[in-house]
Design a protein around this ligand. Structure first.
Ligand code: AMP
Ligand code: MG
Length: 399
């Protein structure tokens, strides 16, 4: 059996191309991955010195002496008169600092009487003044994080004067469910039939990882139909995910079909849930065959496909937060495999505590839906140790 780490290494090593860059408007850029990570600030942000408060702009050298009022400087307004010794200008937050002024006294620390401004105390040089470039000086090399663009990054790009940004095209990921028993969501079930859970689940997981899902119609266990669907999927997509039909049952035809269309390796991975995984190429297109049980399909997607998709978009890792979590129960597992147990993790004291989300069979999707973390229990252990601490991969918000 391959270890999880070896399998991931092989998947990522296998010539995964990055999608090309495309230019999108900032208004469409949230969640997209910047294709250019470093840009140089062409001008100061803010472009001019301005006031951080509503108040009065003046000269610090005048100390606490009364000042004669000259006029007003508004945000977006025309320039204000020069402030000389013994004078002041009424100023609003964000308004340009009048020439000559070097301090602002906030409204609440000053009083206006007739045409005179009286201050409670002498202002310090530079008080409540935002210098030009105090946010980003011109020429700064701004580095965008190895992450999808956030609202703050988009705001920063706008402040720097950009209206668009080059991002990696979202990889198109085709998803094919296979199995004679499958009926689409919403359909009436006949004898022996179940709803296709993996199609919608994997499409959602693809979207969540930042790519564009293409959900193909599920295929029965019929090599001709599977071949047709896989051909279609491979044509329009950067990556193809097939679920079901990859193990060693009599009707597990996916492997045979992919082998006929391209190349395929079949791995047994020391992972629970998940074990069988197929990886290959049809032409240039990578294909991953995931196990059919819904929890196995989603967990192997999480461990293997999500990092592949992120790599194709120019991101590294899986983008998940890992914490250490204490467990107070002995949760059984296969000693030979690394287990990813469905748990509810919650903050407790300085750390986290994890409680089993319930049944851990690979067919029990309910417990994955109610879990917010996967508890990683290493190979070599037959169960968790009550009171032991393990790594937990956070999949959702933690209470
Ligand atoms: P397989 O990998 O095809 O042997 O399927 C293993 C188990 O997963 C069987 O119980 C299948 O019915 C189930 N299964 C396979 N594909 C899906 C799917 N798309 N949705 C829900 N269950 C599935
Ligand atoms: Mg099947």
């Amino acid at each position: 059996m391959l270890s999880v780490d070896e399998a991931l290494e092989r998947l990522l090593a296998g010539g995964l191309g990055m999608t090309e860059a495309e230019t999108v408007l900032l208004t469409d850029a949230v969640g997209r991955v910047p294709a250019v990570r470093r840009l140089v600030a062409a001008h100061d942000v803010p472009p001019f010195a301005n006031s951080a408060m509503d108040g009065f702009a003046m000269l610090s050298a005048d100390g606490d002496a009364p000042r004669r009022m000259l006029g007003e400087s508004r945000a977006g307004g025309p320039g204000a008169p020069r402030v000389e010794r013994g004078t002041a200008v009424r100023i609003m937050t964000g308004a340009p600092l009048p020439p000559g002024a070097d301090a602002v006294v906030p409204l609440e620390k000053a009083r206006e009487e007739e045409n005179t401004v009286l201050v409670e105390a002498a202002p310090a040089l530079g008080a409540h003044v935002r210098a030009a470039g105090h946010d980003v000086p011109a020429g700064t090399s701004v580095v965008l994080a190895d992450a999808p663009l956030s609202a703050a990054s988009i705001g920063l790009l706008a402040a720097l004067g950009r209206d668009s940004i080059e991002v990696h095209r979202r990889p198109r990921v085709a998803i094919l469910s296979t199995g004679d028993e499958l009926r689409p969501a919403g359909a009436t079930l006949g004898a022996g039939q179940i709803h296709d859970a993996n199609g919608p689940a994997l499409a959602a997981a693809v979207s969540e990882s930042g790519a564009e899902p293409i959900l193909l119609d599920a295929a029965p266990d019929d090599p001709t139909v599977i071949e047709e669907r896989i051909r279609d999927g491979a044509r329009g997509a950067d990556l193809l995910i097939v679920s079901g039909g990859v193990s060693v049952g009599r009707h597990d035809l996916v492997r045979t079909v992919i082998e006929r269309l391209g190349s395929l390796e079949f791995w047994r991975i020391a992972v629970q849930p998940g074990k069988p995984l197929a990886f290959g190429y049809i032409g240039e297109r990578p294909v991953v065959g995931l196990p059919g049980n819904p929890v196995s399909a989603l967990v192997t997607f999480e461990l293997f496909v999500r990092p592949m998709i992120r790599r194709m978009m120019g991101l590294s890792g899986d983008g998940r937060t890992r914490v250490r979590a204490r467990v107070d129960e002995a949760l059984g597992k296969d000693v030979a495999r690394r287990a990813y147990l469905r748990v509810s993790a919650a903050a407790e004291g300085d750390g986290y505590r994890a409680v089993s989300a319930g049944g851990q069979a690979s067919s029990q999707l309910l417990t994955l839906a109610s879990a917010n973390a996967l508890l990683v229990v290493p190979e070599g252990l037959a169960s968790t140790e009550a009171g032991g601490t393990y790594e937990a991969i956070l999949l959702g918000p933690v209470a």
